[in-house]
Design a protein around this ligand. Structure first.
Ligand code: ATP
Ligand code: MG
Length: 276
C-alpha cells in the first residue's frame, strides 16, 4: 500500500487517467487531466461546482468516453472497450451517484439486492446473507423490509452505499456523498467511508466540496479548476499550499472575477421588468 504522502507508483494505482480531455459541444470541461489513484487509499477530489468532477468520475467506469486521453484499470486501457467487455471491469467498481436514487417501488432489501440479480439474472443462493451483511456494514439492517420513502435522506444515502458495495467492489466512487445532509449525518457517512476502506480494503475516490468531510477521509487530495489539476498531494500539502486557487477554495472565498460578475448585475426592480 502506498504510504500517505509518498509519490505514487503506477503499479500501486489501480485506477489511472492520462491526459483526459472532454468537451460538450463548445464547452471544454476537462482540459488534459493526468491522475493516479493509490491502492487501498482514499483520494478526495475537490473543485468548484461545474469544474468537471462528476464528468471525471463517469470516465472511470466508461459512462462517458474521452475525446482524448486514456483511462486504465489495473494497467488495462478501458476507455476503448465495448459495453460487453466493459461489464466485468464495471463490476469492480461501486458507484455512489450524486443523485443516489433508490427505486421507490422496491424495499430496501430489493434495492440492495438489485446489482446481484442484474449480474446473474437470478438471485444468488446467498442473496439474503449478502444483503444483510452490507446493511449491517452501514448500520441499517433493521430497515431490511422498509421502503425508501420511509427513510430519511441520510439513511437513503447509506442504503445506496450498501447497494454500491454489495458486489464487493475493489474501487468505490463517491460523488458528493454528504451533500444535503446535516453535519451529524454527514459525519456518519464519513465514518462509513473510513470503515469501508478498512473492512473491504477498497480504493476510494471521493468527490466533494465539503471540506470537513474531505479532510476527515482523505489520504490523498486533488484539486480541479477550469478543467485542469491545480494541486495533487497529501492533506498536509493542501493545508500548506500557497496556490491562490487552492487557498481561496479552502477558505471558501470567491475570486475577484466572480465577485465582479455578481456586482455588475444590479438587483433592481427594473431588472425584473418592474415586477418587484
Ligand atoms: N452529459 C452532459 N452533456 C452536456 N454537458 C454536460 C454533461 N455532463 C456534464 N456537463 C457539463 O459539464 C460541466 C461539468 O459538469 P460536472 O457535473 O462534472 O460538474 P461538477 O464539478 O461535478 O459540479 P458539482 O460540484 O455541481 O456537482 C457542467 O458545465 C455541465 O453542465
Ligand atoms: Mg458533480
Amino acid at each position: 500500500m502506498t504510504p500517505v504522502g509518498a509519490p505514487i507508483d503506477a503499479n500501486e494505482a489501480p485506477v489511472r487517467i492520462e491526459d483526459l480531455v472532454k468537451h460538450f459541444g463548445r464547452q471544454r470541461v476537462l482540459r488534459g487531466i493526468t491522475l493516479s489513484f493509490p491502492r487501498g487509499r482514499t483520494t478526495v477530489v475537490l473543485g468548484p461546482s461545474g469544474c468537471g468532477k462528476s464528468v471525471m468520475l463517469k470516465h472511470l467506469v466508461g459512462l462517458l468516453k474521452p475525446d482524448k486521453g486514456r483511462v486504465y484499470y489495473e494497467g488495462e486501457r478501458i476507455d476503448m472497450l465495448s459495453e460487453r467487455r466493459l461489464a466485468p471491469v464495471r463490476r469492480q467498481f461501486g458507484f455512489l451517484f450524486q443523485q443516489g436514487a433508490l427505486f421507490d417501488s422496491m424495499t430496501v432489501a430489493e434495492n440492495v439486492a438489485f446489482p446481484l440479480r442484474e449480474q446473474s439474472g437470478e438471485p444468488p443462493y446467498d442473496e439474503e446473507a449478502r444483503v444483510r451483511y452490507v446493511l449491517r456494514l452501514v448500520g441499517l439492517e433493521q430497515m431490511y423490509d422498509r421502503y425508501p420513502s420511509e427513510l430519511s435522506g441520510g439513511q437513503q444515502k447509506r442504503i445506496a452505499l450498501a447497494r454500491a458495495v454489495v458486489l464487493r467492489p475493489k474501487v468505490v466512487l463517491y460523488d458528493e456523498p454528504t451533500t444535503g445532509l446535516d453535519p451529524i449525518r454527514s459525519d456518519v457517512i464519513n465514518e462509513l467511508i473510513l470503515k469501508l476502506k478498512q473492512q473491504l480494503e477498497v480504493t476510494s475516490i471521493v468527490v466533494t466540496h465539503d471540506l470537513i468531510s474531505a479532510f476527515k477521509v482523505a489520504d490523498h487530495m486533488v484539486m480541479l479548476h477550469e478543467g485542469k489539476v491545480v494541486l495533487e498531494g497529501s492533506p498536509e500539502e493542501f493545508r500548506r499550499s500557497e496556490d491562490p486557487v487552492v487557498r481561496r477554495f479552502l477558505r471558501g472565498e470567491a475570486s475577484e472575477e466572480e465577485l465582479r460578475a455578481i456586482r455588475s448585475v444590479g438587483a433592481t426592480s427594473a431588472g425584473f421588468g418592474g415586477a418587484i
